[in-house]
Design a protein around this ligand. Structure first.
Ligand code: 5GP
Ligand code: ZN
Length: 140
């Protein structure tokens, strides 16, 4: 179930405090301690699962439902210009805490643009795009 040295498992167990926002049987949501915007929230499964590759489907569904519910509350309370859902899988894309978590990052009208949504659009090589898409599709 939980993993001894995992900081988010410790939060689930109540061994490390958090500013709790929402909880049900399968998920816990709390304020990120290093918020990149006002209202930055994390939603985690109550079982230890490192990433999208390990998390059981029913926990993923529960996180999705919680995200919808919490996003409604965030809209009411903070009236953001938008809210980003960000979820990193693997150290190679910047995952630091190796317990699955979904970031909910609302942006207020007075806050700067989010760094995560600011990539440059450059048309790719169509042959390569198709080749990779076909390869993945054929695996499903
Ligand atoms: P990621 O793994 O997606 O890069 O981000 C991990 C996130 O967890 C960071 O935004 C970081 O601020 C947050 N975080 C790390 N340790 C704690 C903690 O002990 N409490 C809370 N509330 N957030 C944490
Ligand atoms: Zn854990």
């Amino acid at each position: 179930m939980e993993q001894k040295e995992c900081i988010f498992c410790k939060i689930v167990q109540g061994q490390i405090p958090c500013f709790k926002i929402y909880e049900d049987e399968k998920v816990l949501a709390f304020a990120d301690i290093n918020p990149i915007t006002k209202g930055h929230i994390l939603i985690i499964p109550k079982v230890h699962a490192e990433s999208i590759w390990e998390i059981p489907e029913e926990y993923l569904t529960a996180i999705s439902h919680a995200a919808k519910k919490i996003a409604q509350a965030v809209k009411k309370v903070l009236d953001p210009v938008g809210i980003a859902f960000l979820q990193l899988n693997g150290r190679g894309v910047g995952q630091v805490v190796m317990h699955y978590h979904m970031h909910l990052i609302p942006r207020g009208s007075d806050e700067p643009e989010l760094p995560v949504s600011q990539w440059e659009l450059k048309p790719g090589d169509k042959d390569e795009i198709k080749r990779i898409a076909d390869k993945i599709a054929s695996c499903l």
